[in-house]
Design a protein around this ligand. Structure first.
Ligand code: AMP
Length: 596
């Protein structure tokens, strides 16, 4: 294996990255850096995330940028704001002791005026998401006429996210003589087309086999009933005492729901998805990065490309339809040579997907069992014992307090004292796991939407289905309707299942025990001048019920809520204050009424 010195990088740059802990180049760095340093080649790099590709293109780029020329010389496009910010941070870290470079990040969902100001001050490198960049080009803030290098990072994902037209538009407004460096984990036809249309004789590098994934990831699955997935997740988290993980859900609503359940159940968790404001996302990412947050519950898109070191587990609450998504998800762990676990919590019907992934990745999954209640308790008590054994005792300062403690405990034997100390923390688990069922085998059918202990985060198809006479035509989106149901029904959003938004009407599912309350809560409500009417639909075996004919209190929905679309109270888009407030209240009940 070569060293960084042998790749053609300047001594200063090698020294700078050595200080960051980069001793030897990763395979993609070893291959790409000498090629890119020539500054005259187009390149297609087929590389998984976590392979060190940011430095593979970032280091040559830093070396090639002319520090004395203040025009924009390089453009890096990335699919998400998180990845853009991360690339910028990496480039700044690589370059700060070497060159005085202006690197500016632009992405949607944040103040454009601030970004305009930064670009206008001079940006030698712009790191951008495609949509916001187009906006800035149209406002004539960014000009690509002086660009020498364009990097497309995670090109497949940008195309998946519908940025094809934006990428075409951006690339066609750059000078012909630029170089394009494209990195992608997969090589679908659309990515090939970009390389055909905008690159000339690109050099191609493939890191490992396509889609093969990272060797250091231990792929596991556990099989449970759909409705037990949340319980299985909790057991895993309780069992894996030092877990620091990302939990993936398929939809934003599921993501928020699982995070809310975990928070309510006392776990150190939070959600990351596209319905949060940029400030909320930044706050969540920051606390995850500095490890004050232990469990990040995320959608595929929001967690795309995030690079946080030492993630021990990636947990899939369901398997994604696209195998590439599985690779991207699991690539959040086992980064930079570390080991990690990618655990899929699946139901029987997802078994087929496991075989597909095994075939594509050429990796075997290990079937693991959900720990029993006894096993969790055993693990917990041993962890507690080790913590007690390893605790650092401040002999000097504690000494003066001890005589009173000895006196207080004088009649207890050593065994009694140990038992009592252990019980302080242990009782909670013992209580919770007493008579806990074995989740590995199917339980009897239950006709409830969620289980009492927060289960069912994934299953919500057997509750009541309610018709409501408002929908898209009233300017509502799913989140709005969710907010209205939470607010008027005074229920936690975890009680709400699938929302099916139609034109003039919609349907939503409710846990049976709150149906009555929600029906009542909507009595007399008007939305945009329309009296709201709720009805039980026929799949629910109970009397047809209507409300809304007897307006009691009139409340109105003005439909124009400005930029902040928070519906508060555990809602996915609630402001951070709302979210914190909810956490204090344990996630449900006592919900503040919102003005609509
Ligand atoms: P990336 O694929 O660029 O997201 O990089 C994955 C992780 O590997 C990041 O945390 C990098 O800081 C780290 N990394 C990249 N190159 C090296 C290297 N040569 N030695 C050690 N760590 C590296």
């Amino acid at each position: 294996m070569k060293s960084f010195d042998a790749l053609g990088l300047s001594g200063q740059l090698v020294e700078a990255i050595r200080l960051l802990g980069f001793e030897t180049p990763t395979p993609i760095q070893e291959q790409a850096i000498p090629i890119l340093l020539q500054g005259k080649t187009d390149l297609v790099g087929l590389a998984q995330t976590g392979t060190g590709k940011t430095a593979a293109f970032g280091l040559p780029l830093i070396q090639l940028i002319d520090e004395s020329n203040r025009t924009t010389q390089a453009l890096i496009l990335a699919p998400t704001r998180e990845l853009s910010v991360q690339i910028t941070t990496d480039l700044e870290n690589f370059s700060k002791k070497v060159k005085d470079l202006n690197i500016v990040t632009v992405y949607g969902g944040a103040s454009i005026s601030e970004q305009i100001r930064k670009v206008k001050r001079g940006a030698q490198i712009i790191v951008a998401t495609p949509g916001r960049l187009i906006d800035l080009i149209e406002r004539r803030v960014v000009s690509l006429s002086t660009i020498s290098y364009v990097v497309l990072d995670e090109a497949d994902e940008m195309l998946n996210m519908g940025f094809k037209d934006a990428i075409d538009e951006i690339l066609s407004s750059t000078p012909d003589e630029k170089n394009v460096w494209l990195f992608s984990a997969t090589m679908p036809r659309e990515v090939r087309e970009i390389s055909k249309n905008y690159m000339s004789n690109p050099q191609e590098l493939t890191m490992g086999e396509r889609n093969q994934g990272n060797e250091n990831i231990d792929h596991q699955f556990m099989m449970v009933d759909d409705r037990d997935k949340y319980l299985a997740l909790k057991r895993m988290v309780d069992y894996s005492t030092d877990i620091f993980g990302v939990i993936f859900c398929r939809t934003k609503i599921d993501t928020q729901r699982v995070a809310d359940h975990l928070m309510k159940d006392g776990y150190n968790a939070d959600a990351l998805h596209g319905d949060l404001t940029q400030a909320q996302r930044d706050r969540v990412m920051k606390s995850f990065k500095n490890k004050t947050l232990q469990l990040l519950v995320a959608t595929d898109v929001a967690a795309r490309g995030i690079d946080v070191s030492n993630i021990t587990h990636v947990i899939h609450m369901n398997l994604p339809d696209e195998i590439e998504y599985y690779t991207h998800r699991s690539g959040r762990t086992a980064r930079a040579g570390k080991k990690g676990i990618s655990l899929a919590i699946i139901s029987k019907k997802e078994m087929g997907k496991i075989s597909q992934i095994e075939k594509t990745l050429k990796r075997r999954f290990t079937k693991v069992l959900v720990p029993t209640g006894d096993e969790v308790c055993q693990k917990k008590i041993m962890a507690l014992t080790q913590k007690m054994r390893n605790v650092e005792v401040n002999e000097e300062e504690i000494d003066s307090f001890l005589p009173e403690v000895y006196h207080e405990l004088r009649d207890l034997s050593k065994e009694d004292i140990i038992k009592r100390f252990a019980s302080i923390e242990f009782n909670r688990f013992l209580e919770y796991y007493r008579d806990a069922k074995d989740l590995n085998k199917s339980g009897s059918e239950r006709s409830r939407v969620f289980s009492d202990d927060g289960g069912g985060a994934e299953s919500y198809s057997t509750g009541d289905r309610i018709f409501i006479n408002i929908g898209k035509m009233d300017g509502l989106e799913k989140g709005d309707l969710l907010g209205l149901i939470c607010d008027y029904g005074e229920i936690d959003k975890a009680k709400i299942g699938k929302i099916d938004l139609k034109g003039a009407y919609s349907f939503f599912e409710l846990e049976k025990d709150v149906t009555e309350k929600v029906m009542k809560g909507f009595e007399g409500i008007e939305v945009r001048g329309r009296k709201v009417r709720l009805e039980m639909t026929s799949n629910a075996p109970r009397e047809r019920k209507e409300v809304g004919d007897f307006p009691r209190k009139r409340r109105s929905f003005d439909g124009d809520r400005g930029g902040n679309r928070s519906y508060g109270g555990g809602g996915g888009r609630g402001g951070s204050r709302d979210r914190d407030r909810d956490r204090d209240r344990g996630g449900s009940g006592g919900r503040e009424r919102k003005r609509w």
